[in-house]
Write a protein that binds this ligand. Structure first.
Ligand code: HEM
Length: 407
């Protein structure tokens, strides 16, 4: 492979090539970049519409084929559960958990990127897997934090760190297995979380696939929500005029209405969050393997071939957006001349049918963060001019230290 070492250089170089080669080109020996919006939509829709989960390990050992489970069934169980959790009460609990983590660090000089990671992960964990003892929660969090530190750190740890992480990963996996088994046996309370629907499906799904399903959600809450929250804080600090506009709106909203219909009662805040997610979409690249053959104009994608997708590159594409590098939430006003050309050009949560199931929770959490920053906390940043945005697995603000105090 000819991938340059530094992820930042790699991303800048594929952005330049994408502009020259209409968004579809061979990125390296192995991977085709599919950064043209309509092609990305089409490839995703076809490749995933009948995606099936196999139980490979058990099948190999028992020399049989376990029942196939359609991924769409897993997703519909998640979506039913998330729909049930979209109440003022549950959203209120999520905000209380965010406050608790932020209150623990009041007045301290902290790395704000790490703080946002902590706030999002600890507040979202009960949505994914609730009712853990503190030792169990510690292990699951440790696993996700280690996974993330490998992805965001400029110098990922050496082999020893890697080995330690494998041990933590296995132990965290054992926690998830135990929780599911004990819920199934009636030795542990059932919880209204995203893991629970799979307790009833265990006989059909088997423990390995159930673990995969729960791990998918845990990994999903352990990365993008935290980097998105840090990016939001970064834009909040850089735009005092938007701080004022958000405060004008958020100081006046009814808290119950805000929790049930946030995008309706706080449209300015919603635009701000959408613009943060346009400019700083995590993750920067999604690596996928094609199941079908595609004719993509100048290039072909063959079955079994790897390809890359990138909401980030689509959001920064000058053929799709006017002045894509400028932060301007008002581009999401209806009819704005610099707004999204069509539905394929704004994809912060990916593409159907693999699109993020937590898009509404994620959006609400970012809007709730704006609410807290305007009504409960005062944020002081040590050196606002020194903050830089590093492009790792996701955009990550660096040199971002400051403190929160109560208003
Ligand atoms: C601002 C926050 C978030 C962002 C930017 C984000 C973004 C994404 C993206 C880009 C994908 C990949 C979609 C694709 O492959 O086309 C994804 C998948 C996923 N996300 Fe999120 N996400 C966020 C929050 C959440 C939350 C809060 C949850 C859970 C409550 C969640 C659960 C998931 C799951 C389960 C998947 C995998 C879906 C599948 O494989 O079918 N995400 N997310």
């Amino acid at each position: 492979m000819t991938t340059p070492q530094h992820p930042e250089d790699f991303l800048h170089s594929i952005r330049r090539r994408s502009a020259r080669e209409n968004g579809i080109f061979q990125v390296d020996d192995l991977r085709l970049g599919v950064f043209e919006p309509e092609a990305a939509r089409r490839v995703s829709a076809t490749n995933w519409h009948r995606y099936v989960m196999h139980d490979r390990l058990v099948d190999l050992v028992r020399r049989r084929r376990s029942p196939e489970i359609l991924w769409s069934r897993v997703r519909s169980a998640w979506m039913t559960r998330l729909h049930a959790l979209a109440t003022a009460e549950h959203q209120g609990l999520l905000v209380e958990r965010m406050e608790r983590v932020m209150d623990e660090r009041l007045g301290e000089d902290v790395d704000l990127t790490m703080l946002m990671q902590d706030v999002t992960l600890r507040s979202l964990l009960p949505v994914a897997l609730d009712g853990l003892t503190s030792a169990e929660e510690g292990l699951v969090r440790r696993d996700l934090e280690m996974k993330l530190s490998r992805l965001v750190s400029p110098e990922p740890g050496g082999p020893l760190h890697h080995l330690r992480h494998i041990v933590v990963q296995i132990r965290a996996g054992l926690v998830v297995r135990r929780v599911l088994r004990q819920r199934a046996d009636g030795r542990r309370r059932r919880e209204p979380d995203l893991a629970d629907p799979f307790v009833d499906l265990l006989p059909e799904l088997g423990m390995d696939r159930a673990l995969d399903v729960v791990t998918t959600v845990l990994t999903a809450i352990g990365g993008p929500p935290g980097t998105a929250a840090a990016s939001l804080l970064y834009e909040f600090v850089r735009h005092p005029e938007w701080q004022r506009r958000l405060a004008d709106e958020l100081c006046a909203v009814d808290p119950v209405e805000f929790r049930t219909a946030p995008t309706r009662v706080a449209p300015v805040t919603h635009r701000f969050v959408k613009e943060v997610l346009r400019l700083w979409s995590p993750p920067l690249l999604l690596v996928r393997r094609s199941t079908y053959a595609f004719d993509l104009g100048g290039a072909r994608l063959e079955p079994g071939q790897w390809y890359l997708l990138s909401p980030h590159l689509i959001h920064r594409d000058e053929r799709v957006w006017k002045q894509p590098d400028v932060f301007d939430p008002d581009r999401f006003l209806p009819g704005a001349p610099h707004g999204p050309a069509d539905r394929t050009s704004y994809v912060p949560f990916g593409w159907a049918p693999k699109k993020c199931v937590g898009a509404n929770v994620g959006t609400f959490q970012l809007m709730a963060l704006c609410h807290l920053l305007c009504t409960r906390y005062r944020l002081t940043v040590r050196r606002p001019d020194g903050i830089t945005m590093a492009l790792r697995f996701a955009p990550v603000p660096e040199n971002f230290r400051g403190r929160l105090t109560l208003r």
